[in-house]
Design a protein around this ligand. Structure first.
Ligand SMILES: Cc1cc2nc3c(=O)[nH]c(=O)nc-3n(C[C@H](O)[C@H](O)[C@H](O)COP(=O)(O)OP(=O)(O)OC[C@H]3O[C@@H](n4cnc5c(N)ncnc54)[C@H](O)[C@@H]3O)c2cc1C
Length: 453
């Protein structure tokens, strides 16, 4: 039976970064994936990522064969398509990736650093002894045999399936489930168009609650007249089938006439704040399994890599100290949640607002600029939106016909600030956690209550 310092379950973007980080530090690590090595990186995704993530993570930028397009900003359309905002900025400049090649590169970097890859190996459940996680029960898909891998620490990075997180003992303090209303069911295709797009440098996002309740659809340009086109809908009761919606409302548009399918598939993405706690005795959770995704646009490649790196760095310190308890791993919670988590928390409030304003309000709000490009940029960066007095007066005047939307916007700005500040003050030890969790849940209940139509 093997014994590792760290086992990472899942070799996606989060898991590979965690594996690379711990292996570079000299730890004895393995990472395992249900897929064959040559298939890792094949992921249903919009493939867009901000360039800033690479400098922040100290990660080499994607090479030309890992890039399908350059993103100079985002163009957001109102539901009636009569208004569109182009939102640009350093944080929105980035790449549309060749997700497969990028995924393969991350795996290869983790292996070069010394992490051992077990491919075609399914993580079945955590190995729990004496109330702490001390390995993973796996199934080798080549030999069909069940095996147990032992380690001092397990990093759960199996993506949305959260194969291990869902089976953790509840008393470890990690939430086992995520509400469906906080998940987007998505379907996307990569399509070859018969002609070139007018603007190849903007990723387009279309808001429309009737077509995509609780979500949006997107068209992201790729090399050679290809686009990544897809949509997501919130998984609330009776939600429509994303594939049907895409075919009925998007692929029926003239842009797609005579286009052909290059790749297709459906998957899910959590669009909420991170898990309240992502650590327990002997275990940490990263990436989609920990809900490390931007709740507005569903971008999770960057945050999953942040999570992977921070988890890896925390693992190293905890092993050096010989304390792999919840308390010993708590620093990972603090570093992720009080920083990127605070941004996610603010954006979740904004998501709840957007999901609860009707198409008419959004058409009106965008046409009369009650909500501006600058506001959207600030929100997307996790900055505060504050209306100056004169600006407020100007907007109130324009918004007289639509005072309830204006009131919701103002309330949202306040609640976004509150959520962010609350997350920045994440408890410094598990002792204060239960109080923090209770007040967090209350804050998000209030958000739902305030904005519900
Ligand atoms: C339709 C769609 C569009 C998206 N668009 C974007 C976008 O444009 N930009 C962006 O940044 N993000 C986007 N995302 C989100 C992004 O894809 C994820 O947030 C990100 O990939 C999460 O990384 P991860 O490492 O946590 O999970 P994953 O990348 O899903 O990796 C998990 C790995 O675990 C493996 N695995 C799963 N179960 C097991 C098991 N039981 N045992 C062993 N291995 C297992 C999988 O094979 C996989 O390799 C999108 C998501 C969807 C669904």
């Amino acid at each position: 039976m093997d014994k590792f310092d760290v086992i990472i379950a899942g070799a996606g973007t989060g898991g590979s970064l965690a594996a690379k980080t711990v292996a570079e530090a000299g730890l004895n690590a393995c990472f395992l994936d249900i897929k064959k090595e040559t298939d890792i990186g094949r992921k249903i995704c919009g493939d867009a990522i901000g360039k800033h993530h690479f400098s922040n993570l100290g990660l080499k930028e994607p090479s030309s064969d890992e890039i399908e397009g350059i993103m100079e900003g985002i163009e957001i359309y109102s539901p009636d398509k009569k208004t569109s905002y182009v939102v640009k900025g350093d944080q929105l400049y980035g790449f549309v990736l060749n997700r497969y090649r990028f995924g393969q590169r991350l795996v290869s970097e983790a292996k070069s650093a010394g992490a051992i890859l077990y491919d075609q190996t399914q993580a079945i459940e955590p190995l729990v002894e004496g109330g702490r996680v001390c390995g993973v029960k796996t199934k080798n898909l080549k030999t069909k045999s069940e095996e147990t891998l032992r380690s001092s620490l397990v990093i759960e990075a199996t993506g949305f399936t959260a194969a291990l997180r869902k089976k953790l003992p509840p008393n470890l303090g990690i939430d086992l489930t995520v509400d469906n209303q906080d998940v987007e069911a998505c379907y996307r295709e990569i399509r070859l168009l018969t002609h070139s797009l007018d603007n190849r440098s903007l990723c387009q996002i279309y808001l429309n609650q009737k077509t995509t309740p609780g979500g949006y659809y997107w068209v992201f340009p790729r090399k050679g007249n290809k686009v990544n086109v897809g949509l997501g809908v919130a998984m609330v009761e009776g939600f429509p089938k994303p594939k049907e919606r895409l075919y009925q409302h998007v692929l029926s548009q003239p842009l797609f006439t005579d286009s052909s399918v290059v790749d297709k598939g459906a998957w899910y993405v959590p669009t909420r704040r991170p898990l309240n706690s992502m650590v327990g005795d002997g275990v940490m959770v990263v990436g989609d399994a920990a809900c490390q995704v931007n709740p507005i646009h569903g971008g999770g490649i960057g945050p999953s890599m942040i999570g992977g790196k921070l988890a890896g760095e925390t693992a190293l310190k905890a092993l050096e100290k010989g304390d792999l308890s919840r308390e010993g791993l708590w620093e990972y919670n603090i570093r992720y949640i009080s920083d990127y988590g605070a941004k996610q928390a603010g954006l979740e409030v904004f998501r709840i607002l957007l999901q609860n304003v009707g198409d008419e309000d959004l058409n009106y709000g965008m046409r009369y600029r009650l909500l501006t490009e600058e506001d959207l940029l600030k929100v997307s960066l996790g900055e505060d939106i504050r209306f100056s007095i004169t600006e407020k007066a100007r907007r109130v005047f324009k918004g007289l016909k639509n005072i309830s939307f204006l009131r919701k916007l103002k309330n949202a700005a306040k609640l976004i600030r509150e959520a962010k500040n609350w997350y920045k003050a994440y408890p410094s030890s598990p002792a204060d956690f239960e109080n923090w969790r209770t007040r967090t849940e209350d804050l998000f209940r209030r958000a739902v209550g305030q904005f519900a139509a």
